[in-house]
Ligand binder design. Structure first.
Ligand SMILES: C[S@@+](CC[C@H](N)C(=O)[O-])C[C@H]1O[C@@H](n2cnc3c(N)ncnc32)[C@H](O)[C@@H]1O
Length: 163
């Protein structure tokens, strides 16, 4: 990943878009459920899910500056439940086994990275992706949602995949 910088591009799911994910989590969570945002940027989803869904909420972000800003600006009444990890998900694929709900706004990720993420998610977990081209999802249940994003006023497809 070091030489190709495309994956460092930035855009966010808006609050309205995140609320759709939060509603799904609320309906399907249990007391041990945990959320992970892969490529958590400035940490917006991590705080929102901790504050609304009251589950432990993690972000992993490859860009140090973004991750530091996420930590510094994490003013939340749920700070004990928010965690911002600096790193590359490809170096920590085994951590995926801990999460029931995963957001990965992967529009700029290469297909191999997305496939490795899917292959390491735990059984029955749900992953929300913004791109599934080039991904093998033949054996998994998936649905399309329309969500609000920062880079266009039009609704954008998000793919909800149950592993
Ligand atoms: C499009 S932004 C998504 C921000 C936020 N998660 C959202 O959806 O609102 C994608 C983020 O993924 C990060 N990223 C890209 N490749 C990564 C990797 N291999 N591991 C961790 N983070 C990565 C980028 O630096 C960028 O901040």
């Amino acid at each position: 990943m070091e030489n190709n910088k495309k994956h460092l591009g930035y855009g966010e799911i808006t609050y309205k878009g995140l609320l759709k994910i939060s509603e799904y989590i609320e309906r399907h969570k249990n007391k041990n459920s945990q959320f992970l945002d892969i490529g958590s940027g400035y940490g917006k989803s991590v705080r929102l899910i901790a504050e609304i869904n009251y589950i432990k909420s993690f972000g992993i972000e490859i860009n140090a500056e973004r991750n530091n800003i996420a930590k510094k600006t994490s003013y939340s009444n749920q700070n004990g439940w928010t965690n911002y990890i600096y790193g590359d998900i490809l170096d920590r694929l085994l951590m995926l086994d801990n999460f029931d709900f995963i957001l990965c706004n992967n529009l700029l990720f290469d297909d191999i990275t997305t496939q490795k993420i899917i292959d390491n998610c735990k059984k029955n977990s749900t992953i929300f992706l913004t791109k599934i081209d080039g991904i093998d999802i033949n054996n998994v249940h998936h649905e399309v949602m329309n969500i609000n994003v920062s880079w266009t006023n039009k609704l954008t497809k998000m793919y909800k995949i149950i592993i």
